[in-house]
Write a protein that binds this ligand. Structure first.
Ligand code: DLL
Length: 437
């Protein structure tokens, strides 16, 4: 596909001068739009409906005129309808289970896999990891992109990789100690489980060599980061990605922990008003829309992620010229509406963890006398448990009022004993909607 501006082989394009980066983005954008137009019928038809051709994209801003792609397009074209190259050029398939019906399928050419490996390598490097590290990958291996995506990026970094996958937590903790693991990649909720199991096994994480955690694949709050860092004695980094765009490695934090650098030379970000579709200026919060600049098997042009964030364009002290996205605390489809009030689970998590160190909780939505309500079950660890009924009642009230003051609705808080909340080995499920429809 040619070596645009001669930089495809650069060790790290994280520090390109912005004008140069924009030129590179435009060249790659024009190339991928032409490729998609020529090979993906759905995209070509939508362009034609709007009277557009690839030649109409003369600047990066022109991207804003193009049609969006959505998850439903992947479902409607299941399994191979959006592929832009013949199957003979596709070397890997992944799939995301989703919540309903058929999974969505994503595909990679050999070159796409190399782009992905490069993005994850850069992401791990951004978190301070190098060939000196022993990295345990505890994201699930298989159709989920987390395991294999992190794996090959870590190998490309030259690190020693422990491909543990998810589950069998006692063994994970044993390997961590025996192999002198220095960094762990998994979901934040699974790491919380590891912290507990390590403690129970007499191998507390602060006594081990683990210093870095690279956590993503689900929303997690600043309060959860503080909890993890304190309990495990590590530095926790947020990594973001999604199967449709490539997998993990779309964006990642640096040591500043002030937003996630997006690998803009590969994934072009826009933030839109989710209701009108209008592109918002940097700094304004809306839905993240991503365009793959260098993915040929299944290019995504203006893919609506449903993830809510903003673009941060102020320079970062780390020196990377890549803009950042704000931490993704919610997806538009995670939001629930109770009695007309919009509530994000992340708001409840933050409020809860400000009162008590209890990272294990469930949110249950239920109907009583035709009124919808929120119940929050909070697991209290043995240390915080008190025999005094009034102390427990006080704690319960404190949690309820912290949450109520954030979401503006009354909630029912129930304290439950140790191990009463199901632990997660992958993406946590914390919201259970039992409302009468
Ligand atoms: O979760 C890819 C991934 C694997 C990312 C490992 C990071 C680490 P999907 O299963 O397709 O892909 O889910 C993508 O997960 O649209 C977000 O809603 C959510 N998500 C991913 N990373 C984060 C994060 C992988 N750091 C969906 N913070 C995305 C919040 C995240 N949400």
């Amino acid at each position: 596909m040619g070596n645009l501006l001669g930089i495809d082989n650069l060790a790290s394009p994280d520090y390109l001068e912005r004008g140069y980066l924009r030129q590179l983005q435009l060249q790659r954008l024009q190339r991928i739009i032409r490729h998609t137009y020529d090979h993906v019928e759905l995209f070509r038809n939508r362009m034609k409906e709007r009277g557009l051709t690839p030649e109409d994209v003369k600047t990066l801003e022109d991207l804003g005129k193009l049609p969006f792609m959505k998850k439903v397009d992947l479902r409607d074209n299941y399994p191979f309808g959006l592929f832009a190259v013949p199957l003979s050029q596709i070397v890997r398939l992944h799939a995301s289970s989703g919540t309903t019906g058929k999974p969505i399928v994503v595909a990679y050419t050999k070159e796409d896999i190399d782009v992905w490996i490069g993005a994850v390598r850069r992401a791990l490097n951004c978190c301070g990891l190098s060939s000196e590290d022993v990295i345990q990958i505890a994201y699930g291996y298989g159709l989920f992109t987390g395991g294999l995506g992190a794996h090959y990026g870590a190998e490309a970094l030259g690190a020693t990789v422990v491909p543990a996958s998810g589950g069998n937590t006692k063994r994970q903790v044993m390997l961590m100690r025996d192999f002198g693991v220095t960094a762990v990649c998994c979901t934040p909720s699974y790491f919380i489980h590891m912290i507990e199991v390590a403690e129970a096994e007499g191998l507390p994480l602060p006594d081990q060599k683990v210093r870095t955690g690279i956590f993503g694949a689900e929303p997690w709050s600043e309060e959860m980061r503080r909890y993890i860092e304190e309990k495990a004695g590590i530095e926790a980094f947020d990594i973001y990605g999604l199967s449709e765009i490539i997998g993990p490695g779309v964006a990642v934090e640096c040591h500043e922990h002030n937003g996630l650098h997006i690998f803009e030379d590969r994934f072009y970000p826009e933030v839109i008003d989710p209701d009108t579709g209008e592109v918002l200026p940097d700094g304004e919060t809306g839905e993240l829309v991503l365009t793959t600049l260098s993915k040929f098997a299944m290019p995504m042009i203006r893919y609506r992620t449903r993830d809510i964030t903003k673009i941060i364009s102020e320079p970062c002290p780390c020196g990377r010229t890549l803009r950042r996205i704000g931490r993704i605390s919610s997806r538009s489809d995670d939001m629930f509406i109770i009695r007309g009030v919009n509530v994000f689970p992340s708001q409840i998590e933050s409020a809860l963890l400000q009162v008590v160190d209890s990272p294990n909780y469930n949110i249950i939505l239920y109907t009583e006398n035709r009124v919808d309500n929120i119940e929050i079950d909070v697991e209290i660890n043995a240390g915080s448990f008190s025999d005094q009924v009034c102390e427990m009642e006080q704690l319960r009230r404190k949690i309820a009022s912290a949450v109520e003051s954030v979401i503006g609705l009354r909630v029912l808080v129930k304290l439950v004993g140790p191990q009463q909340i199901q632990r997660s080995e992958g993406k946590a499920k914390r919201v259970f909607d039992k409302r009468e429809k």
